[in-house]
Design a protein around this ligand. Sequence first.
Ligand code: AMP
Ligand code: GLY
Length: 421
Amino acid sequence: MKVLVIGSGGREHAIAKKLLEDSKVTDVYCAPGNPGMRKDGITILSILEEEFDALINFSKQHQIEWTFVGPEVPLVKGIVNHFQKAGLKIFGPTKEAAQIEGSKQFAKNLMLKNKVPTANFKSFDHFQEAKEFVLTHDLPLVIKADGLAAGKGVVIAETKEIAIQTLHAFMEEKSLGQSGNQIIIEEFLEGQEFSLMAFVNHDKVYPMVIAQDHKRAFDGDRGPNTGGMGAYSPVPQIDECMVEEAKETILLPIVHGMINEGIPFVGILYAGLIATPDGPKVIEFNARFGDPETQVVLPRLKSSLAQIITDLLENQIPTIQWSNQATVGVVVAAQGYPKDYQKGMILPERFTPKTNSYYAGVKEKNEKIVANGGRIFVLQSSGKTIEEAQKKVYDALERVDLPQMFYRKDIANKAFIDNQR
Ligand code: AMP
Ligand code: GLY
């Protein structure tokens, strides 16, 4: 069986690699993919993720069994609708269902209607009104652009000055384009963050093991927000009851709510949650696998990912088993990221002890894999404990030369610090 993965990052590398583990899968194509994926036997294509017609033609010509969509942009632009119209099987939400990620307002309304716990919020489409709100409320406040913003649309404002500057940038200067036409301002939720992802097929919800991302650029959760600097799984300081409660009070009501709206969700539903003293509350939904969470969650999947997707597409009940192993993944980024950074640095070819490398911002030059983006690759390892997995990754990173690159040294530390309290 041949399958196609859409996307080009570390998440797609992890998805494609996992799909290849099934002996029934002969070929995994990734469009456009990146040259770092080739080491794992993935075939990369020179078709971009938004070239729907070219992707459809390729799928027809190469007898692709089904397509899996990694990133949000093609989903929000309707890749699933296009493939389905062409009579092709594809796993992911339609354009309408992907609004749960594409429009914060849509997601918030759906949560309100279905009594899903989330931060209190108010929406604005006029700068003056938003400014007035900020001036009359306590800080910190969280300001979010309504549309997609590649991780740049959320600012936690600790001062009124920053809040107003942010509103001005989003709403008046249009620093994020149309995505800032509407904004929401929400209360800041205190507590540990965790990511709960689930395979979803209409009313059927199969939660995965949870993970924790690290959004800030530098150790100790300092510096600017990024696309994510590392993740680990399990997250021992979040107990089973909290996860069970999240399934009952968040995932199930949301998928039922979507069915009631006439836009059932099929695909991976990602809930970004905060464990508050009042239970889990939603800070965001994504309509896809998380990055870098996928690079630590999929290595724990014992069942065949290809079979799970096949079963879901055929409305069968999949077998989904997870290992007890712990996983840690550390993002190696270019010095300067998330602002301006250098490109072209040559990457190490081998890591010891044995670890998995999932490539993102890379290209090929003179037969070498070189850095070509902010987040370059994730190095991931597994172990009996989080400590063991963490030690392997950091040992491997310390043994290689990473010119003009950096990584956080404290990924997964929260698992120990909070447990010691
Ligand atoms: P997002 O892009 O929505 O995931 O937001 C980026 C980051 O901002 C999240 O990972 C959280 O760390 C933080 N964040 C977003 N919303 C809130 C909130 N209401 N309270 C506290 N932190 C938040
Ligand atoms: N790790 C957060 C995200 O994928 O949006």
